[in-house]
Design a protein around this ligand. Structure first.
Ligand code: ADP
Length: 498
């Protein structure tokens, strides 16, 4: 590395391997490792949820007592420390806020995540480690760019610190009442923010992140374009268009150490590009475990997903019965989410017991077995900021069938039987018949085994590691420092009204 290493604090509400509900955790567990390997001083911060096993992860005490300003008073936290590889991880410990069974959906989520952010802002001061970059992710940490332009604006400690705000999913915005500004200690500043970002009666954390961050990015180039339109902008397309010169798209990678069929401890038979027979053995093992017919030559289609409309389940709902009746394939689903879909897939399982398997739970080891044991991976999302499922599937030789949107469009290229190009099957329109047609094409192609093997190979040989994207993040961080120094957010939005 010929430029000076950066000091980066990466803040996220969920981080693999400690706590995960979706792709954000995968990113938070992998991107910092890649940046560390490049020589940067990157540290990760997250809440110390009570369910995290301290012994298993070698979690140690780091700071016994930290004073955290909250709601016009002060509270205390302690800080714990562990590592992901050689990356230090700080966990904000507070029984009051984090000793719960889950990560989200509590009545005091605003307090919980503001407290986490404030504790970290104060902790780095206490240990005298001034980050060049505060890398904030999704609404949970969106208050930080706002603080850098208000309460910490004149703090010499943060004089050289810039913020980068990453949008992993624009649909979850963190909308609260005015009280959140009091908790965060910035109620005096509320009138300085444009109305769309904070309408009179509610505060939108995501909007504040986008508005105040020195640079904003999202997790694929296509999604970064799509969110400028009303169809994908979730009410913020106007603000993102206004911030267009500060908005970037950087594709997520996956952790090639963890997501590796040659070493994955959760799968029965290890394999790589040159040993695909073992993939077939994983298929048989999965069929056995899931109670499916042990049919070698019937394509097995998998899905691993949150069960929500975003992921295209309304399309599946429209045609799944017809598909099961008319097409020769097996289907396995792992997911949790909306009750409607729990009922739908339970009834599919009842009707087609040896051709479908349905697991309505979150189960990381089973997910790996499904990536390894399936022939195809279905992801017909309505919108998809990046999508990791299709990347993991390709790494494990499961051919993706996806809708051309967001990161799915940037990573999966439609198979063309004439030119023999492509690494999966895609469709454009958000429409059940368009999806059905893509599935039929995949099933037909599967029976031409030579061609299918080429497709499997192509997916497995693709490079979706963090290597390239981590370099792009470094470029983004350096640009953010430049923006902070020369093009700060205009003063009129930051001064305290007299
Ligand atoms: P999102 O973050 O929108 O949920 P992504 O495709 O970016 O979607 O990431 C989803 C991640 O969560 C993948 O690593 C996927 O394997 C995992 N995952 C989703 N649902 C489950 C589940 N029920 N059990 C285990 N892993 C799951």
């Amino acid at each position: 590395m010929n430029e000076t290493p950066l000091k980066i604090l990466f803040l996220a509400s969920e981080v693999v391997p400690f706590a995960k509900t979706g792709g954000l955790a995968d990113v938070a567990g992998a991107l910092p490792k890649a940046l560390k390997e490049m020589g940067h001083d990157i540290r990760v911060a997250m809440p110390g949820y009570g369910f995290i096993n301290r012994e298993k992860f070698g979690i140690r005490d780091f700071l016994a007592e930290l004073t955290v300003p909250m709601n016009g008073r002060t509270e205390t936290a302690s800080i714990l420390e562990t590592n992901i590889g050689t990356v230090p991880v700080y966990m904000v410990n507070s029984a009051k806020y984090y000793d719960r069974e889950g990560i989200y959906m509590y009545h005091d989520d605003a307090d919980r995540f503001v407290f986490f952010c404030r504790a970290m802002m104060e902790m780095v001061k206490k240990i005298d480690w001034a980050p060049d970059i505060l890398h904030c992710n999704d609404w949970h940490t969106a208050i930080i760019p706002n603080w850098l332009n208000t309460i910490y604006k004149d703090d010499p400690f943060y004089k050289q610190t810039a913020s980068v705000y990453s949008i992993h999913n624009l649909a979850y915005q963190g909308v609260f009442g005015q009280r959140v500004l009091e908790i965060a200690g910035i109620d005096k500043y509320q009138f300085m923010v444009p109305p769309g970002v904070s309408p009179d009666n509610h505060i939108n954390m995501m909007g504040r992140g986008i508005f105040f961050a020195d640079l904003v990015n999202t997790v694929s180039e296509t999604y970064a374009e799509e969110i400028l339109t009303p169809e994908y902008g979730q009410g913020f397309d106007w603000l993102l268009r206004e911030r267009r010169d500060r908005l970037y798209g950087i594709l997520n990678g996956i952790d090639y150490e963890i997501q590796n069929p040659a070493t994955d401890p959760h799968i029965d038979h290890h394999y790589d590009l040159h040993n695909l027979e073992a993939k077939a053995e994983n298929k048989t093992a999965l069929q056995r475990e899931a109670g499916l017919g042990l049919e070698k030559h019937t394509p097995l289609i998998g899905m691993i997903s949150r069960l929500s409309d975003q992921k295209g389940f309304d399309l599946i709902g429209q045609v799944i019965e017809g598909m099961m009746e008319n097409l020769d394939f097996q289907f396995i689903l792992l997911g949790t989410g909306e009750e409607y879909y729990h009922n739908l897939f339970s009834s599919i399982k009842t009707r087609f017991p040896d051709r479908s398997a349905v697991y309505l739970t979150f189960n990381a080891p089973l997910a790996q077995k499904i990536y390894a044991g399936t022939d195809m991976f279905l992801m017909p999302s309505r919108f998809e900021p990046c999508g990791l499922g299709q990347l993991i599937a390709m790494r494990y030789g499961s051919v993706p069938i996806v809708r051309e949107t967001g990161g799915l469009k940037d990573t999966v290229c439609n198979y063309n039987p004439v030119t023999d190009n492509g690494n999966g099957f895609t469709f454009k329109k958000y429409d059940a018949m368009a999806m059905y047609t893509a599935i039929v094409r995949a099933i037909e192609t599967y029976h031409y085994q030579d061609r299918w093997r080429t497709l499997v190979h192509r997916g497995m040989a693709g490079d979706f590691s963090w290597h390239n994207s981590a370099q792009k993040y470094v470029g983004l961080y350096r640009r953010a420092l430049n923006v902070r120094a020369y093009h700060p957010i205009p003063n009129e939005y930051m001064n305290v009204p007299s």
